[in-house]
Design a protein around this ligand. Structure first.
Ligand code: RP5
Length: 170
């Protein structure tokens, strides 16, 4: 395997607007923690439908293995991307507008049979990043080892919080 193949960007992050970036940065940060590069694009399925469709249908041939899509309000980005690729698509409903993300959650998660979008919590971009790493780790032992260490850290953190609480309560 060449160095280029090892460093290839395997995660494509799409978002409906630049206003989504502050939230979607959570996914970018997780990927950085796992030393994974990603491509981040603003790509509205409503405002630039043809580019969105072409990007989704070409993503696998471009070398991507997972697509993360974040959008708010009538959030059709993840669903439309999922309709145009066989890659796993992770949806991040973003809290914006009058309904504070409930609209985006329903629009993202309620996909018809055969066209899944793995939907995380409203504004759950960090979990979208972790899930993308877990998907890539099914075929990457280095990532699998890193994930095991990551999960051990989560355990240690919660046990430490419990220790502190116990000592505070006496
Ligand atoms: C959605 O509308 C975007 O994903 C964003 O969350 C929301 C508002 O977009 P802007 O008006 O900030 O561009 O399509």
């Amino acid at each position: 395997m060449t160095i280029n193949a090892l460093n290839a960007k395997k995660v494509l992050i799409l978002m409906g607007s630049d206003s989504d970036y502050q939230t979607m940065k959570g996914a970018v940060d997780v990927l950085k923690e796992f030393h994974l590069q990603c491509e981040v694009r603003i790509l509205s399925v409503h405002r630039a439908p043809e580019v969105a469709t072409e990007t989704a249908s070409g993503a696998r041939d471009a070398g991507y293995r997972v697509i993360i899509c974040g959008a708010g309000m009538a959030a059709h980005l993840a669903g439309a991307v999922a309709a145009n690729t066989i890659l796993p698509v992770i949806g991040v409903p973003i809290s914006s507008g009058a309904l504070h993300g409930m609209d985006a959650l329903c629009s993202t998660v309620q996909m018809p049979p055969g066209v899944p979008v793995a939907t995380v919590a409203i504004d759950g971009a960090r979990n979208a990043g972790v899930l993308a790493v877990q998907i890539l780790a099914t075929a990457d032992d280095r990532l699998a080892t890193q994930l095991q260490s990551f999960k051990r850290t989560l355990t240690e953190q919660v046990l430490e919080k419990d220790r502190k609480l116990q000592s505070m309560l006496g």
